[in-house]
Write a protein that binds this ligand. Structure first.
Ligand SMILES: Cc1cc2nc3c(=O)[nH]c(=O)nc-3n(C[C@H](O)[C@H](O)[C@H](O)COP(=O)(O)O)c2cc1C
Length: 661
C-alpha cells in the first residue's frame, strides 16, 4: 500500500470488524429529506453514491426505519417491500469500495420542530426539554421488542449488503435519554445506576451482533457533553463509554454534543465556536476506551486539520458531516494534493435549517447536492460560445461567472467595488462569520482560472455594458434595505439613520471604543444583523435590538438562534420584541430614542443613543434591466437582484444562470 504523500495518516487504511476502510474519512449521518419528496429515492441513492465516489471510506446513512412507529419517509428496513431499494443503497456505495453503515436511531421524546410528537417513546414520562413532548414510558416488554426489531433489521441490512450499523446514542435521542439521569427516572433494571441506564444500549449492541453475525461493524455515537444540567457531562460520558466497551464489542465510538435542549446548538458548531471545538474532549474520552477506534467529529473543515488530529495516534477516524455535504470530493481532492480545489463548508447550518423543515438538503456552497455530476463538478462545454456580461460580484454573480466561463463562454464581470464578494464579504468580516469567505473565494478563483475578465471598481451603466456586445447579461446587482415604515419618510433624506449594511461598511475601520448606545431596528432576522450587533458591542457601551416580531433571529436555523440568544445574554446585548422605534424631537435634541408596542403606546426609551440603524427587507437593484431589455438583450436577474433572500438562494440562482446561458 502506497503512503499518501500529502496526508499520510488520513489515507492510511484501517480495519473495523475485519472490513477494510480505504482511509480514515467517515461520512457522518446526515438526514437529507430527499425521500420525503416525490421521486426523491433516486436522489438519495445518488447522494450516497456521490460521497462514495468522492473518496469517503465509509458512510453512515441517515436514520433507518427499524420500527413501524417511526416516520414513514425513512428507509423502512422492517418492510420486505423495501428490500430492492435498500439493496440499491448498499450496492451504490459498497461497489465503490466504501463501507455503508445503517444508522439505528429513535428520537424518543426529542423534537426540534414545532409541535409535539404523538408517537414519542422514552425512558420515563418526562417532557422533552425543547418541545415539551411527553413520551410514553417504555415497558420492559417494549424495550425487548424494540431491541428485537433493531436486531432483526440489522440482520436484514447484513443480508442486503451493508457493512454494519451505527447506533445513534447521542444527540438527546432515545438511547441517550435512557443513559442520562436527567431523563431516566426508572426504578427497574433500566434505570438508576449507570450500569442500568446503559443496559438498553449494551443489550442492543449484543443483540445486533448476534443477529447480524461476525464481520458486521457495530459503531456507537455516544453523548460527549450534552450541555444539559443534570445530564451527561464529559466525565460521565467517559464512564458510560468505558462501561459499554467493557460489556460488548464495539468497533468504533464517536461522540455527539448537545441534546434536545438549549444546548442543541452544540452538535453543529458554527463560526461562533473555535475550530475543532471538541478535539481536546474527544482525546480525553479516547482514554476511556483503550483499543477501540475513536472518531473525531465536529467542525473539522480541512484535510490539514484532519491529518493533525490523526497524527498523535489516539484518534483513528475522522467524521465529516457538513464538509461532505458541501464537497463530496473532499477526500479525492485532499488525497490528490488538490486541497485548494475543495469547496469548504461555511458552518452556516443552512443545510440543517432546511432539513428540519423536511425540504430536500441544500448547501450555501454546493448548488448540486445529490445530482449525478456533483463529484468534482466541472460544467460541460456549451454548444456555442457566447458573450456573457455579469454585473455584480456578490455570490450570485460570481457563481454565474465561473460556471459560464467554465462552459467556454466569454465572460466579462463588472463589480462596483474593488473587491469581490459583495455583501457576503462585508458579512464575513464581522465577528463569527469568517467561513463565509470560502463561498466567494472559491468562485473567484474558479472564474479567473476559466478566463473570466474582471472589471473591478467599475459601476457599469447600460452603455458600458452594451459596449461589450453581450448576448446575455446576468444582473446580480443585489438589493438595498427599504426605509422602515415606522419612521417618517422625510427623515430618510436627512441621512441621520442609515441602513445597517452601509453603516457597518462605514464603521469598518473604526478601532477605538465609542461612547453611547447602539440601536438596531431589526426587520431582517438573518445572521448578518446579529453579527453586526456583535461588532457594535465591541465598539459601543451597549447594544439594543428592537424588533416588531415576537423575538429575534426567526429566519435562522434553531441551532443558530440558540447561539445568538446565548451570546446576546452573555454579552448583555438587550433585545425587545413586538416594538417599533418612534421618531421624536428627543432623538435629535437629547439622543433619546422612544419605542412603542406594535399594539400601540410608547413602552420605553433608550438614552444616550450614538448609533441607530435599520435592517429591513431588501428591494432589488434592478434598474439596469429595463434599458438592457429595451436594447434587445437577454437579461437574467439572479440572487437579491431578483428577490432578496439568503446566500443559498444566491448561489443556486447564480449557478442556474451560469449553466443555462
Ligand atoms: C443537515 C444535517 C442533518 C443531520 N442529520 C443527522 C442524523 O440524521 N443523525 C445523526 O446522528 N446526526 C445527524 N447530523 C449530525 C452530523 O452527523 C454530525 O454529527 C454533525 O453535523 C457534526 O459534524 P460536522 O461538524 O462535520 O458537520 C446532521 C447534521 C446536519 C448538518
Amino acid at each position: 500500500m502506497q503512503r499518501n504523500e500529502f496526508y499520510p495518516h488520513l489515507f492510511q487504511p484501517i480495519e473495523l470488524a475485519g472490513r477494510r476502510l480505504r482511509n480514515r474519512i467517515v461520512h457522518a449521518s446526515i438526514s437529507t429529506h430527499f425521500m420525503d419528496q416525490g421521486g426523491g429515492h433516486d436522489r438519495q441513492v445518488q447522494y450516497l453514491a456521490n460521497r462514495a465516489r468522492g473518496g469517503a471510506a465509509a458512510i453512515v446513512t441517515e436514520p433507518l426505519g427499524i420500527a413501524p412507529h417511526q416516520p414513514k419517509f425513512r428507509l423502512r428496513v422492517y418492510d420486505d417491500a423495501m428490500e430492492d431499494f435498500g439493496r440499491r443503497w448498499a450496492d451504490a456505495v459498497e461497489s465503490l469500495d466504501c463501507r455503508l453503515l445503517g444508522q439505528i436511531q429513535d428520537t424518543g421524546r426529542g423534537r426540534h420542530a414545532p409541535g409535539r410528537n404523538p408517537n414519542a417513546i422514552g425512558a420515563s414520562a418526562d417532557p422533552d426539554d425543547l418541545s415539551w413532548t411527553m413520551p410514553h414510558a417504555m415497558s420492559k416488554g417494549e424495550i425487548r421488542a424494540f431491541i428485537d426489531s433493531a436486531a432483526e433489521s440489522s440482520a436484514r441490512l447484513a443480508r442486503w449488503g451493508y457493512s454494519g450499523v451505527e447506533i445513534s446514542a447521542g444527540h438527546g435521542h432515545l438511547f441517550h435519554q435512557f443513559m442520562s439521569p436527567r431523563s431516566n427516572r426508572r426504578d427497574d433494571d433500566y434505570g438508576g445506576c449507570l450500569e442500568n441506564r446503559t443496559r438498553f444500549v449494551s443489550e442492543l449492541c449484543a443483540a445486533i451482533r448476534s443477529a447480524a453475525g461476525s464481520g458486521f461493524i457495530v459503531g456507537v455515537k455516544l453523548p460527549g457533553d450534552d450541555g444539559v444540567p443534570g445530564g451527561i457531562d464529559p466525565a460521565m460520558a467517559a464512564e458510560i463509554a468505558a462501561h459499554l466497551v467493557s460489556r460488548v464489542t464495539i468497533d468504533y465510538v464517536a461522540y455527539a454534543q448537545g441534546a434536545h435542549h438549549r444546548s442543541l446548538e452544540m452538535h453543529l458548531p458554527n463560526d461562533s465556536y473555535p475550530r475543532l471545538p471538541y478535539l481536546a474532549m474527544t482525546r480525553n474520552l479516547a482514554g476511556a476506551t483503550p483499543g477501540v477506534p475513536v472518531m473525531a467529529l465536529g467542525r473539522i473543515t480541512d484535510p490539514a486539520e484532519a491529518e493533525g488530529i490523526l497524527a498523535r495516534g489516539d484518534i483513528a477516524l475522522i467524521g465529516l458531516g457538513r464538509p461532505l455535504i458541501t464537497d463530496p470530493a473532499w477526500p479525492l481532492k485532499a488525497g490528490a494534493g488538490r486541497a485548494r480545489d475543495i469547496r469548504y463548508c461555511v458552518n452556516n447550518n443552512t443545510c440543517w435549517k432546511i432539513a428540519v423543515g423536511h425540504a430536500p438538503l441544500v448547501c450555501d456552497n454546493n448548488p448540486r447536492v445529490g445530482l449525478p455530476d456533483e463529484v468534482d463538478f466541472q460544467p460541460a462545454p456549451a454548444a456555442a460560445r457566447r458573450r456573457v456580461v455579469v454585473v455584480g460580484t456578490g455570490v450570485a454573480g460570481l457563481e454565474a461567472a465561473w460556471t459560464a466561463a467554465a462552459r467556454g463562454h466569454a465572460v466579462i464581470v463588472f463589480g462596483a467595488s474593488s473587491e469581490v464578494g459583495g455583501k457576503t464579504r462585508l458579512h464575513a468580516r464581522l465577528p463569527n462569520s469568517e467561513s463565509l469567505s470560502s463561498v466567494y473565494d472559491y468562485q473567484f478563483a474558479e472564474a479567473q482560472r476559466h478566463g473570466a475578465r474582471f472589471e473591478l471598481g467599475v459601476r457599469a451603466g447600460a452603455e458600458r455594458i452594451l459596449a461589450e456586445r453581450p448576448d446575455v447579461v446576468v444582473l446580480a446587482t443585489g438589493a438595498r434595505m427599504v426605509w422602515p415604515s415606522c419612521l417618517p419618510p422625510e427623515l430618510h433624506a436627512l441621512g441621520l439613520v442609515p441602513d445597517l449594511r452601509s453603516a457597518m461598511g462605514d464603521l469598518e475601520r473604526l478601532q477605538e471604543r465609542q461612547r453611547g448606545r447602539a440601536v438596531i431596528l431589526d426587520m431582517d432576522h438573518t445572521e448578518g444583523t446579529y453579527a453586526a450587533a456583535d461588532r457594535l458591542n465591541e465598539l459601543f457601551d451597549e447594544v439594543i435590538v428592537l424588533t416588531p416580531r415576537e423575538r429575534i433571529a426567526e429566519d435562522v436555523a434553531l441551532v443558530t438562534r440558540q447561539g445568538i440568544l446565548r451570546r446576546f445574554h452573555l454579552q448583555r446585548i438587550r433585545w425587545h420584541g413586538l416594538v417599533e422605534p418612534i421618531w421624536s424631537e428627543a432623538f435629535e435634541n437629547e439622543a433619546r430614542l422612544e419605542y412603542a408596542s406594535v399594539y400601540g403606546g410608547i413602552v420605553g426609551h433608550i438614552d444616550d443613543v450614538a448609533f441607530f440603524a435599520y435592517a429591513t427587507p431588501r428591494r432589488p437593484n434592478d434598474e439596469l434591466a429595463a434599458p438592457l431589455r429595451d436594447a434587445g438583450i437577454d437579461v437574467r436577474l439572479v440572487g437579491d437582484c431578483r428577490v432578496a433572500r439568503h446566500v443559498v438562494d444566491a448561489t443556486l440562482e447564480g449557478h442556474a444562470a451560469g449553466m443555462s446561458v
